[in-house]
Design a protein around this ligand. Structure first.
Ligand SMILES: O=C(O)CNC(=O)[C@H](CS)NC(=O)CCC(=O)C(=O)O
Length: 298
């Protein structure tokens, strides 16, 4: 059985697309030097602005010059890239999509997922983040085949909405759940690893979570702790320094995934759609919350 070798990245994006691009370029070299077939990068990989105006000014369509350069980078290194969050030109001049893009080793866009759950939260003793002021939500679930396995795409705050992961895995066949993030320091300390391991255990999937780390500007600081978890919930890779820029490399053991799923066949045991909202209510059909939008192309 195959054991795809993959890398999870960690970085500190800033308000300078050129500098972030050269950081990613360096991380690609490292991943290639360690014989990886795929590199997973965090949310806001190409840019983190100091305010919403800067972020809006950074947005580009996926066929624009910046994404074209990231596609060339993937091709040059013959490496699959998960660009965990790209400021994609949105539905109007004041809104972008927080877009997770998968690029193949040939430099083709294989899938794009627009973040569904937007982070409008006043973190206690932390920042006030109102993502929906500048970001329009997506409304499609996306899975995508890759040499590493079948990927389920999500972004950051989505992590707190487990029903989405259930559908990506049990209805759409994902084997690796991606959660590229820019978690705040405070919420990260409290919930990051707990939630990620829970998603891995309850879906029997690998979870790959590339994180933004450290100080981006005078207002933003991220928790770091990029991590890869296996389908039993074991942590199999993390950055030695939870705030450093770099990668952690691991081989994904699909035999273990198969064993975990065989020994506890949760997909078969699932009774979604056969339970009612009360003892005196009839069981109703499972209503689709999202339109499945698989962009699987292979
Ligand atoms: O603002 C941008 O440039 C890009 N978007 C983000 O960084 C988003 C929204 S502010 N961050 C999160 O979702 C953090 C979630 C989080 O920390 C939690 O769930 O606890």
């Amino acid at each position: 059985m195959t054991r795809p070798r993959v890398a999870v990245a960690q970085m500190t994006s800033i308000g300078d697309q050129e500098k972030n691009f050269s950081t990613v370029s360096r991380l690609c070299q490292e991943a290639k030097a360690q014989a990886c077939s795929a590199l997973f990068l965090p949310e806001c990989v190409s840019f983190i602005g100091a305010n919403q105006e800067e972020t809006i000014a950074a947005m580009q369509p996926l066929d624009g010059p910046l994404m074209t350069r990231y596609r060339q980078l993937a091709q040059q290194h013959s490496l699959w890239l998960s660009l965990g969050g790209f400021q994609e030109q949105g539905p109007d001049a004041g809104h972008l999509y927080n877009c997770h893009v998968i690029v193949s080793a040939e430099g083709q866009i294989q899938a794009r997922y627009r973040k569904v759950h937007l982070f409008n939260v006043e973190v206690q003793n932390g920042p006030v983040l109102m993502e929906s002021r500048s970001t329009a939500p997506g409304n499609e679930l996306v899975v995508c085949n890759s040499p590493a396995g079948r990927l389920g795409l999500t972004v950051c705050y989505d992590l707190r909405f487990p029903e989405m992961y259930q559908r990506l895995v049990f209805d759409m066949g994902a084997e690796i759940l991606l959660v590229p993030s820019a978690f705040t320091k405070l919420t990260g300390r409290a919930h990051w690893e707990l939630l990620l391991r829970a998603r891995a255990v309850e879906t029997q999937c690998f979870v790959i979570a590339a994180a933004q780390a450290g100080v981006h500007n005078h207002k933003r600081e991220s928790y770091g702790h990029s991590i890869i978890i296996d389908p039993w919930g074991d942590v199999i890779a993390k950055l030695e320094d939870p705030l450093a820029t770099g990668i952690a490399v691991v081989e994904l053991d699909f035999e273990k995934l198969q064993k975990v799923r065989e020994r506890m066949p949760m997909k078969e045991h699932r009774r979604q759609g056969r339970i009612s909202m009360g003892w005196d209510q009839p069981a109703t059909a499972d209503e689709a919350a999202f339109a499945p939008g698989s962009t699987f192309k292979q």
